[in-house]
Design a protein around this ligand. Sequence first.
Ligand code: PLP
Length: 395
Amino acid sequence: MKPYPIDSDGFYGEFGGAYIPEILYGCVEQLRNNYLSIIESDDFRQEFDSLLRDYVGRPSPLYLARRLSERYGCRIYLKREDLNHTGAHKINNTIGQILLARRLGKKRIIAETGAGQHGVATATVCALMNMECVVYMGKTDVERQHINVQKMQMLGATVRPVTSGNMTLKDATNEAIRDWCCHPADTHYIIGSTVGPHPYPDMVARLQSVIGEEIKKQLAEKEGRENPDYLIACVGGGSNAAGTIYPYLDDDRIKIVLAEAGGKGVNSGMSAATIQLGKTGIIHGSRTLVMQNEDGQIEEPYSISAGLDYPGIGPIHAHLASTGRARILAVDDDEALQAAFELTRLEGIIPALESAHALGALPKIGFRPGEVAVLTVSGRGDKDMNTYIDYYHQK
Ligand SMILES: *Cc1c(COP(=O)(O)O)cnc(C)c1O
């Protein structure tokens, strides 16, 4: 696997880097100096691979969705991250990072969470490894994602509700960074996506790249070639997309389509389409595209899907968009909901609302007959049943 080109300061073109308070310099530097040698070591690979296999249930299937393919006139394969333990791709990253934290001698784990998926995946690996776990979560999210809060507590984590800002993911991330500043020596911060200061975006992309590596092998078996014509994924912070495309990035024959959350419409004032609406700025330690007003104040994003409701985007994705390597499509709430019902009725798979945004991109692409597309279903829809039921009754 060729690494995606970043310079030694963690920049992808003009995006990336590490904009951090002085107090965190030591621990970010420790990570930066050690992450590659640790995650490339045999000892790490063995433990990581065996947990991915026996604990997560990897490889996740690559499934040829026949009825969905018929509808769009091409061959659509679904990469089934929804079948992983804890129901999404997030567990790949949390397992990798907790193994890294142990090798760095850390005793305590903190994390931020929006919908609670990353919080549950972090609490899960902390139970597995017997480590103290504190999860920061906006109070609004604590109220609307109660089951995930209860799961984290059952797993032994402490959930700290955050009451600043509009009490969602951005605010929880600020609070986690504040905690890290108070405990830099003994604490590892498990960031849940390809965001944050260098080396997080690169580290998370590498840990998630197991998705794309498996696609290569599985597609070679099923289609006789490891390259699809299209790779399609949704982007919140960008980790399932980065994992899907990572091994394919330097081959321009493979078209990359990334779906971001249009909310109620890109120009409605209620959107989370960061790549289309954002301007270059700094958020959570990284220079990237950020939704901000003219004074540089971060704007509150909106999406029906809590996992995509973030005003920033991974620096990798900002770079892929600015260089034209990836095509970015905004998928609105309604389009995502329709796509979720379409997949459910055609294939018997209820996707997460985030993944439904990737599916909502299908009608916009314009496939030619015989083309092969791989779409990553990042998670399952259990957590979104209330939203789906409300939509179903409205229709
Ligand atoms: C968190 C989440 C996402 C968004 O995060 P990325 O880092 O962009 O992948 C997408 N899908 C599911 C199911 C999630 O839980």
